[in-house]
Write a protein that binds this ligand. Structure first.
Ligand code: EPU
Length: 304
């Protein structure tokens, strides 16, 4: 847990700002993998409070990390000394103007794809089954079936942790790469403006259905996971390598390498983060030995 719990007046201050403060909250309840120990969770609905809140944490020397949808996150069992900060949905919601969609980053990614589709705005169909928030997807430059979210970004409104100021960054000021972006870890993304190609709703729906079918057939979408656990190294498919090594179904404690997609670790039997780390080490060693390839994590790991 963070030091915040020992700071007098914190509960009153958070309440006065309308900020939700949950000391000792287990992150297993906030991650799709269902693992992760306790930390202090701070949830902010009114983003105008961010400058004061961040200043409050900074002056007390309380470190923090940003929690999105928790769908690409592996948190250690012992919990964290850092605060987990989460933005809740901005009540103002999405706005549309011609080919532009202005979306709060706390919005669910799948919902966003469909809200755009209803207005005949396409270009994001491939992202339909990617779980999590729009903000998390931007930080990671989430991608699937030929679509990467960075490709359709026009501008991003960011609260910059370093300066405490809100800035609007144009697409030229941000670099998106394979499962990464140039945002700083203390950049809090607030809203994004997408520029999307006009397409008939029926056509978008057809593509969405196709992507859903492909995903259902090749990924364990009904089990607890964090999506692909390792990146694909250039020229290699990690899932294929793990599969060829015969590792599907390998179990450590409650964690299992999915039989449906070998680059997914699923929490099938009340796994701990430690089980998952052990299974990841096993995969890394076997792939290094078998293919001479050193795998890089795709999942974001939170440890102290
Ligand atoms: N394959 C196997 N065995 C497996 C899994 C895959 O042989 O167990 C083979 C497939 O048959 C195919 C190749 O490996 O020939 C690639 O597999 P797939 O099409 O499933 O794509 P991927 O490269 O494994 C990537 C992304 C996914 C994304 C899909 C679809 C990464 C690490 N993964 O997977 O993203 O959904 O493409 O576009 O880039 C994620 O980011 O968490 C994620 C799951």
């Amino acid at each position: 847990m963070s030091d915040l719990v020992n700071q007098p007046g914190t509960a009153e201050q958070m309440a006065a700002w309308g900020v939700e403060w949950r000391p000792g909250e287990r992150l297993s309840g906030h991650t799709s993998l269902g693992v992760g120990g306790p930390t202090d969770l701070i949830r902010v609905r009114d983003y105008r409070r961010l400058p004061e809140l961040m200043e409050y944490l900074r002056t007390r020397g309380v470190p923090w990390r940003l929690l999105g949808g928790g769908t690409n996150l592996l948190v250690v069992d012992e919990g964290l000394a850092d605060v987990a900060l989460q933005l809740l949905r901005d009540p103002e919601g999405m706005k549309f103007d011609g080919n532009r969609a202005e979306v709060p980053t706390a919005a669910n990614l799948g919902t966003t794809v469909m809200e755009c589709a209803k207005r005949n705005l396409g270009g994001m169909e491939g992202l339909i089954g990617v779980p999590g928030t729009v903000g998390g997807a931007l930080h990671m430059n989430a991608g699937a079936y030929g679509t990467q979210i960075g490709d359709v970004v026009r501008a991003v409104t960011v609260f910059r942790g370093a300066s405490g100021k809100v800035e609007v960054l144009r697409t030229e000021q941000v670099r998106f790469e394979y499962r990464g972006s140039s945002f700083a870890p203390d950049d809090i993304l607030l809203a994004v403006s997408f520029e999307l190609p006009a397409r008939p709703y029926a056509e978008i729906l057809e593509r969405v259905k196709l992507c859903n079918q492909k995903r259902r057939a090749s990924q364990p979408i009904n089990e607890k996971s964090a999506g692909c656990i390792f990146k694909n190294p250039p020229g290699h498919s990690t899932g294929k390598m793990i599969d060829e090594l015969g590792l599907k179904g390998t179990r450590v404690g409650g964690a299992v390498i999915s039989e449906r997609h070998a680059n997914f670790i699923v929490n099938r039997h009340a796994a701990t983060a430690a089980d998952i780390f052990k299974l990841m080490d096993l995969i890394r060693e076997r792939v290094l030995k078998g293919y001479g390839v050193d795998l890089e994590e795709e999942v974001i790991v939170w440890k102290n």
